[in-house]
Write a protein that binds this ligand. Structure first.
Ligand SMILES: Nc1ncnc2c1ncn2[C@@H]1O[C@H](COP(=O)(O)OP(=O)(O)O)[C@@H](O)[C@H]1O
Ligand SMILES: CC(=O)N[C@@H](CCC(=O)OP(=O)(O)O)C(=O)O
Length: 300
């Protein structure tokens, strides 16, 4: 007769395995809730530069796809563009968080953002075991738009805003269990290319798809009262409060387009919008399955 008691070293291993199985059962509720629903994930240049954080984010994305959630990746690459410009001794110039884009900068953005970064991310998802397809002007473009005109009248050069998203291509990929990877670069009706802020590109994609969630993964734990102090994070922010913080200068630089994108998205068919720290391991999954979330949620 076999004994029913486990050897000492085996008990903890069995308990560990049971705990893992418990986690799977716990996850069932939120997997069911989000199965078949689209989440747009915006990857910023800050997390793209952190190899370890990026790997964990992409593993979370692959997990989401595996359990039937429908992740769509929209990415920037501001830091990679800055590095490429530095090689030609060009100083980056930003106006209200957007890059002034002259002819030569546009070519760098087309090559680096829409080309190299986009291909790299797609390859990484495949290398980690997922299935991904890059959708850019170098392959199949899905973002169309026009030149962005600022209310202030300031000239941003070849900076665009997305006016049309080819939903059918994106949805076709989601239907065949592939992760679409989209750079923030759009094409005008005349075939011209435009550099688009990646936060606003993600917003346009989320709106077009009627996404359940839009998650901005950045290098800060959320919107902070003091941008340099993580302890001053604001977990929940109303539209009025957010606008006041932009006006007072508490929300500055790269956080401006992010928060503006959140505000524009609200009430336009997207369920929830969050700004989350991409460097925190599994922040994406935590954001989805914990009720309180881990970053800043902006509400109407
Ligand atoms: N109130 C604020 N709270 C948090 N971060 C802020 C705030 N105001 C400005 N920032 C800056 O915004 C940056 C995030 O924007 P950005 O660098 O464009 O990120 P990403 O590359 O992820 O899009 C932060 O690293 C921080 O320096
Ligand atoms: C018009 C404009 O500002 N375009 C951005 C596009 C990339 C981007 O937004 O990248 P992050 O998400 O890393 O900031 C740029 O040229 O930097």
């Amino acid at each position: 007769m076999h004994s029913l008691t486990f050897p000492r070293f085996g008990v903890s291993r069995v308990q560990e395995a049971i705990a893992k199985a418990d986690t799977l059962i716990e996850a069932m509720g939120w997997i069911r809730k989000f199965r078949g629903k689209t989440t747009v994930i915006k990857l910023g240049g800050s997390v793209l530069d952190d190899e370890n954080a990026l790997m964990h984010i992409l593993l979370d994305v692959i997990f989401m796809e595996t359990v039937g959630m429908k992740p769509v990746v929209v990415h920037g690459g501001g830091k990679a563009i800055n590095r490429a410009l530095a090689e030609s001794n060009v100083e980056p110039k930003f106006i209200h968080g957007r890059r002034y884009t002259d002819d030569s900068t546009l070519e760098v953005v087309r090559r680096v953002l829409a080309g190299e970064v986009n291909q790299f991310l797609t390859d990484e998802i495949e290398r980690l075991g997922g299935r991904a397809m890059n959708l850019s002007v170098h392959s199949t473009n899905v973002l169309f738009g026009e030149q962005l005109k600022l209310d202030s009248g300031e000239d941003l050069g070849h900076v665009g805003r997305v006016t049309e998203v080819d939903r059918s291509v994106i949805e076709g990929l989601l239907y065949t269990d592939q992760v679409p990877v989209i750079p923030s670069f759009c094409e005008g009706k005349d075939g011209r290319g435009y550099n688009v802020n990646a936060d606003t590109a993600a917003m346009a994609v989320a709106q077009a798809l009627g996404a359940e969630k839009l998650v901005f993964l950045s290098d800060v734990n959320g919107v902070r009262m003091d941008k340099d102090d993580p302890d001053t994070i604001i977990h929940s922010l109303s539209e009025t409060e957010a606008r006041a913080l932009i006006d007072s200068g508490h929300i500055a630089s790269g956080m401006i387009p992010k928060v503006e994108a959140c505000l524009e998205t609200l009430g336009r068919g997207v369920g929830k919008v969050h700004i989350v720290d991409g460097r925190l391991r599994h922040s994406l999954l935590l954001e989805i399955y914990t009720s309180e979330g881990v970053g800043t949620e902006i509400y109407k």
